[in-house]
Design a protein around this ligand. Structure first.
Ligand SMILES: [Zn+2]
Ligand SMILES: [Zn+2]
Length: 380
């Protein structure tokens, strides 16, 4: 009896109550039909992201060649503009400085081109196929094959990659065991290169973009001319003698020469604007990426391992334990191993100059800090 009374009391009386009642009722129906005990927020977001993952997996390798072509075109354009505008500008100012800039600029360019070519063309390294891998620590569910430590499956390349860092569309290649150093040095030298261009091109760029907007000063040098101010306050050369009326007293009426930017100055203006945008954008994008990868190298981890190590640290902290990355040998040794400055190699020959030396080990077996501390003699 009491239940019926409760129900009667709950029944909607007004239109708004009816709508609210219907809405709640519909919601309950849908929930009861779609209820899943395993549903949670991260699962739902994964499902929503699935189309993006599908697109990336299926189209990244198709777009790869276009990205590589874009990098080559942009680099070529930047270098061409340096030769065309930057070099003559410096040559007119200071010849010794120009020689110095030529040497530094070409050293940077050599490293950028070499490391880009190597990062894009050297295979990242794959686990041996149809072979017993003694070092395997797990099985790849997609390849149905054994996986050595630090190996991960790349869904774009559709295969397992040794010490995989990430798949890079700009290189159209996976970054892994064999080409990780080339990838990092490419980013580092490109960042330094853009900083170099911005530093030594700043005055020139600022002058063209903000001071004499049309660049008209270049049309007619001021040296050797009498000058006067025009209406906009610019100093302009007086190229013609004043004409006087026949009485020789009153100056004749005539129009002042109005500077018009010609096609060449417009092109220079466009080129400088392009240089400013592309170099500043690259400096921010690659600069932050280089800084992030430097942090990872200092910690002795890859981009993928950074996520794994973070969640492991959290998981063990909840159990009151401290997690330690097995491949972290201290920042100095981590950098030495990453750059391959082991076995009497030197940083000036193997880092400052292009070098094709191979990384330490075979990519299948990995030293951990525990083994390394026990076998100090085997340490490269
Ligand atoms: Zn795999
Ligand atoms: Zn890949």
């Amino acid at each position: 009896m009491s239940r019926i009374q409760w129900r009667v009391r709950e029944l909607p009386k007004t239109i708004s109550q009816t709508i609210r009642f219907r809405w709640q009722y519909g919601k309950q129906c849908i929930r009861s039909l779609t209820y899943n005990h395993h549903m949670n927020q991260s699962y739902a977001s994964d499902v929503c992201m699935e189309p993006i993952f599908w697109f990336v997996d299926n189209f990244t390798h198709l777009l790869g060649p276009f990205f590589v072509f874009a990098v080559i075109c942009l680099t070529t354009a930047v270098v061409t503009i340096c030769y065309w505008i930057g070099l003559p500008y410096w040559w007119n100012r200071n010849r010794y400085m120009t020689v110095f800039l030529m040497i530094v600029g070409h050293w940077l360019l050599l490293n950028v081109v070499y490391n880009f070519y190597k990062a894009a063309s050297v295979s990242p390294g794959y686990p041996p196929e149809k072979e017993l891998i003694a070092e395997a620590v797990s099985i790849c569910k997609k390849c149905i094959a054994p996986k050595p430590p630090r190996t991960h499956h790349c869904s774009v390349c559709n295969r397992c990659v040794l010490k995989m860092d990430h798949h890079c569309p700009w290189l159209n290649n996976c970054v892994g065991y064999h080409n990780h150093r080339y990838f990092f040095l490419y980013m580092l030298y490109t960042t330094i290169g853009t900083l170099f261009i911005i530093s030594f091109g700043f005055e020139l760029g600022y002058g063209v973009l903000f001071l004499d907007e049309a660049g008209w000063k270049e049309m007619e040098p001021l040296q050797g001319h009498p000058v006067r101010f025009n209406l906009s306050g610019h100093i302009i050369p007086v190229t013609e003698m004043n004409d006087y009326e026949h009485d020789g007293m009153a100056p004749a009426e005539h129009d002042l020469p109005i500077p018009h930017p010609n096609d060449r100055t417009e092109t220079i203006h466009g080129a400088i604007l392009f240089m400013a945008l592309i170099n500043v954008a690259t400096l921010f994008a690659l600069g932050s990426l280089t800084a992030w990868h430097s942090t990872l190298i200092t910690r002795g981890e890859t981009s993928i391992e950074a996520h794994i190590n973070k969640s492991e640290t959290k998981r063990l902290a909840a159990m009151n334990k401290v997690y330690r990355n097995p491949y972290d040998f201290g920042s100095r040794q981590n950098w030495r191993i990453f750059l391959g400055i082991t076995r009497k190699r030197t940083w000036w020959r193997h880092v400052l100059l292009p070098s094709s030396h191979k990384p330490e080990g075979n990519g299948l077996t990995w030293l951990t800090y525990e083994i390394a501390s026990d076998n100090a003699d085997e340490w490269p």
